[in-house]
Design a protein around this ligand. Structure first.
Ligand code: GDP
Ligand code: ZN
Length: 461
């Protein structure tokens, strides 16, 4: 996706007289280069991503100095918005911050609307806080009080541990900053790598322990149980395949296919689904016989959501009507498939049977309508009308995924340190680990790293 470049003052947390002007978009680095002058005269566009620079902002025409700043430059997609992001840290008060904002607006940026950075993060496919919150709200709504207490305790413990890990990483990063700012002190450099290794190894070990407590078996039970239902040949398997193709499978190392049932795990716009294709049960002519199969009855009973597929190129059959009846008290979406064929189905009748449920038309053959279906699924979920049988695991799924990523980035950092890679390169992985862990406890990159570094360690000059 492509958007114009936006800018806004993002007021930092905590005390300190630093304010940040944040830019996001394809032109972020180019706009910064128009106004930013480093003592080295190097252009930002030639610098590695996720680096911090000292310099002055000047009016391009007059050459007048506007501010002395620290600027962090982060190229997408490892940023909050997944776009290129530049954060200008101004030391002055609100007046000079406003001047900085005016300067970048004059040089190609557009003033961001409230919440627009978050909106972009969402539009660019990054799971954002509000989604996470929606999930958490559902969990709270679903579980009883006792469960809530248990969950709260669990979360509290997890948050505390995660905060400790992040603190250790932050200390490492602060050390790296000192190293970069004072390269002439050899002993600082000598200290940096061993400290980084020590802290990073501890963090990695703790993440491993956490991951061990979340068994793979739990993942199997995760996600909204979503059953794809319909007469033979309407396109159930095709639907399963296209949902899997278009969405990243949540779990890759768990075999989803058993002898009589096909299961796939997908993440549809932040909604974890366990897709079940009942076609795998038994392909007989008689749907009632199929439904009668013990296993499929069980699957239907446990379903959180049903995708009922009917054929656009066929009249509704008695079997179709019976399926509507079977699931009448459940959450479902009707998928009218094969719109590339000439219409035989009575769509008004379908909508009448479906009542206030959503009816989506698709041609899986032509890959049409799947986006609308995904939107319908996400809307059901985030509007709160859909509840999972056991939502406890949904938040765990997110945590587990983030922990896996954090484990792999910190492992990269440790390996790089052993291999003698320059410290500012290792810093990128450590920063990413810090960010990933932050996402677990809902403290995202929004609250910028550099800002925390400044407020906690006073590295600013
Ligand atoms: P299932 O028995 O319900 O699982 O149906 P399948 O997914 O196996 O599809 C049955 C047949 O319909 C296959 O030959 C598919 O290629 C075909 N099919 C699936 N979707 C479409 C569609 O949108 N249009 C047309 N014309 N054929 C389709
Ligand atoms: Zn099939």
């Amino acid at each position: 996706m492509e958007f114009d470049t936006i800018a806004a003052i993002s007021t930092p947390m905590g005390e300190g007289a630093i304010a940040i002007v944040r830019l996001s978009g394809d032109e972020a680095v180019a706009i910064a280069d128009r106004v930013f002058h480093a003592p080295s005269r190097k252009k930002l566009s030639t610098q590695p991503s996720h680096t911090i620079h000292y310099g002055h902002l000047k009016e391009p025409e007059s050459g007048e100095v506007v501010e002395e700043v620290m600027l962090s430059m982060m190229k997408g997609p490892k940023t909050f918005t997944r776009e290129d992001v530049v954060e200008i840290n101004c030391h002055g008060g609100i007046v000079s911050v406003n001047r900085v904002l005016q300067l970048v607006l004059k040089n190609g940026a557009r003033l961001a609307e409230p919440g627009e950075f978050t909106k972009r993060a969402f539009l660019n496919g990054r799971i954002d806080l509000s989604q996470a919150e929606a999930v958490m709200d559902l969990i709270r709504a679903k579980t009883d009080r006792a469960m809530n207490v248990a969950l709260g305790q669990m979360d509290g413990k997890l948050s505390r541990l995660i905060s400790e890990l992040r603190q250790a990483l932050l200390e490492t990063l602060a050390q790296v900053e000192v190293n970069i700012d004072y390269p002439e002190y050899d002993d600082v450099e000598e200290m940096t790598i061993p400290l980084m290794l020590e802290k990073s190894t501890w963090v990695m070990k703790e993440i491993e322990k956490l991951l061990q407590t979340s068994s793979q078996g739990k993942i199997l039970r995760e996600g909204l149980s979503t059953v794809i239902l319909g007469r033979p040949n309407v396109g159930k398997s095709s639907l399963l395949n296209s949902l899997v193709q278009e969405n990243k499978a949540i779990v890759t190392d768990v075999a989803g296919t058993t002898r009589d049932i096909i299961e796939e795990y997908v993440n549809v716009r932040g909604v974890p689904l366990r897709l079940v294709d009942t076609a795998g049960i038994r392909e007989t002519e008689d749907i009632v016989e199929r439904i009668g199969v013990e296993r499929s009855r069980q699957v239907l009973k446990e379903a959180d959501l049903i995708l009922l597929v009917v054929n656009y190129g066929d009249e509704l059959t008695e079997e179709d009507e019976r399926l509507f009846e079977t699931i009448q008290n459940m959450d479902y979406i009707v998928v009218v498939n094969k719109t590339d064929l000439s219409q035989q189905i009575d769509l008004a009748r379908v909508q009448a049977l479906a009542g206030n449920r959503k009816v989506v038309t698709t041609s899986l053959l032509k890959e049409e309508g799947v986006t609308e279906l995904e939107e319908a699924i996400a809307a059901l979920f985030f509007e709160g009308s859909l509840e999972a049988g056991d939502m406890t695991y949904v938040s765990n799924a997110r945590h587990i995924a983030l922990l896996h990523q954090a484990h792999s980035t910190i492992k990269d950092a440790i390996e790089a340190a052993h291999a003698g890679v320059p410290v500012d390169m290792i810093q990128i992985d450590v920063t990413r680990t810090w960010e990933l862990l932050g996402e677990i406890i809902g403290d995202t990159v929004q609250e910028s790293l550099i800002n925390q570094l400044f407020s906690q360690f006073c590295l600013g000059k």
